[in-house]
Design a protein around this ligand. Structure first.
Ligand code: RNT
Ligand code: ZN
Length: 417
């Protein structure tokens, strides 16, 4: 696309937005504060580098599109490619199973910061900060219960794993001079009716208390709930109520995965409630289709509403925007770009809202005016602002990235088997 056309369209958009009291330059500048946490696991369908075999823990990646990353070098190359097509600077979110184990068998209760040494170096060289996740799934000791297992041996194994992961996250945070956000999601639950709901939850609470006894300065913990997993449909130990209460009581971050609630529940509506009781939020932006299917995030009402709430709550600095989906049925790099650019677009659109006039209408009971403005916003020329943001960041404008991804596929990913 010609720079001149983008500039011309932007000039028009700027004028249109100015007429409703919105400063497009300020919105673009504000986008520099948005750092997505890119989930490393989209590149290889949540396999990791342990060579442990199949994915377990109630999650599933469907599809067998060729070209997934098979090792650490390929994963890094893919992430570098993704990064080159995204406006802004972003973080990389690693799971423990993506450590650089160098062919060594390192069990989950043996992981150490040194297994992430090369990642920390790579991150620094590539200007990306790291976030982290403990990994309770896809392991012989995963079963249906990990941190809430009545078997003390198994429970202690996962407690040790999680403690060690926090030490890894602390080291990452220290090295990057910015806290590493460590997410804790465990699959613990039951396929069929259980008569021991309280038992497992009290065990989980005790395990968490033990894990969090160690205080750190360079990492922050977040807790991710979920309604159910595949094969674990009847009960989830780490439910929404469980973690919300735990986080509120202990000052931990709540992770909201947009696929982890009942299908008609609004995740966006949770933002303003939770922010009154917990310090920060972590998001796992996904796209559930009928269930927690982890389809690629797109610009839809769910994602838009979520971003609008963050902006309306003036909470950009309290909400970490991570992505979490894994589609193995289309080009995986393309999936990264679609989802991350869609999320950024939603944030930008939220920043282009004339919030003061909307609130004035609301204060004065002007319901028609409020609704009319919200409707008109949908056809405002925000696309020209997005294009300008991409242009200023030196990344492909509009659909131009499609051919870049096709080229990467032709030259790189199609040669993997
Ligand atoms: C699973 C959770 C969890 C995982 C990743 C791999 O339902 O969403 O966040 O997707 O940790
Ligand atoms: Zn998630």
């Amino acid at each position: 696309m010609k720079t001149e056309s983008i500039e011309r369209a932007y000039a028009y958009a700027k004028e249109r937005f100015a007429a409703i009291g919105v400063d497009t330059d300020a919105a673009i500048a504000k986008m520099n504060e948005i750092h997505l946490s890119l989930h490393c696991w989209q590149a290889d369908d949540v396999q990791g580098f342990e060579n442990s075999g199949s994915l377990s823990g109630g999650i599933q990646a469907t599809g067998n599109y060729p070209g997934k990353a098979r090792n650490i070098d390929e994963l890094r190359a893919d992430i570098a490619m993704v990064k080159s097509l995204l406006p802004g600077s972003h973080r990389l979110n690693l799971h423990e199973i993506y450590g650089d184990f160098g062919g060594e068998k390192v069990d989950r209760n043996e992981v150490e910061p040194r297994h992430f040494e090369s990642w920390m170096q790579w991150a620094q060289e590539n200007g990306m900060k790291l976030d982290f996740n403990s990994t309770s799934f896809s392991h012989p000791k995963s079963g249906s219960l990990s941190l809430s297992n009545p078997d003390k041996g198994i429970r202690d194994f996962w407690i040790e794993h999680t403690k060690r992961c926090r030490a890894v996250a602390e080291e990452m945070g220290k090295r990057q001079g910015d806290p590493c956000i460590m997410n804790l999601w465990i699959h613990d639950g039951s396929k069929d009716i259980t008569v021991n709901r309280l038992l497992y939850r009290s065990l989980l609470k005790d395990s968490l208390d033990e894990i969090f006894a160690q205080k750190y300065d360079n990492m922050k913990d977040c807790l991710e709930s979920k309604v159910f997993g595949i094969g674990l449909e009847s009960y989830t130990v780490g439910s929404c109520d469980f973690y919300t209460a735990y986080a509120a009581q202990t000052g931990k971050i709540v992770t909201l995965d947009t696929g982890h609630f009942h299908p008609t529940e609004s995740v966006a509506d949770k933002v303003s409630s939770l922010l009154l009781f917990v310090p920060e939020l972590m998001l796992h932006v996904s796209r559930p289709v009928r269930w927690d299917s982890d389809h690629v995030t797109i610009m839809n009402d769910d994602t838009l509403d979520l971003c609008r709430e963050i902006v309306r709550c003036n909470a950009i600095d309290r909400v970490h925007i991570g992505l979490d989906y894994f589609d193995a049925s289309i080009n995986r790099i393309g999936a990264y770009i679609i989802g991350s650019r869609a999320t950024l677009k939603c944030v930008l659109l939220a920043l282009l809202e004339p919030i003061e006039s909307l609130r004035k209408y609301e204060d004065q009971d002007m319901g028609f005016e409020r609704l009319a403005m919200l409707e008109e916003l949908k056809s405002m020329p925000w696309g020209a602002v997005w294009d300008m943001y991409c242009l200023q960041n030196g990344v492909p404008v509009g659909e131009e990235y499609i051919k870049d991804i096709e080229r990467y596929e032709a030259e790189i990913t199609s040669k993997r088997n």
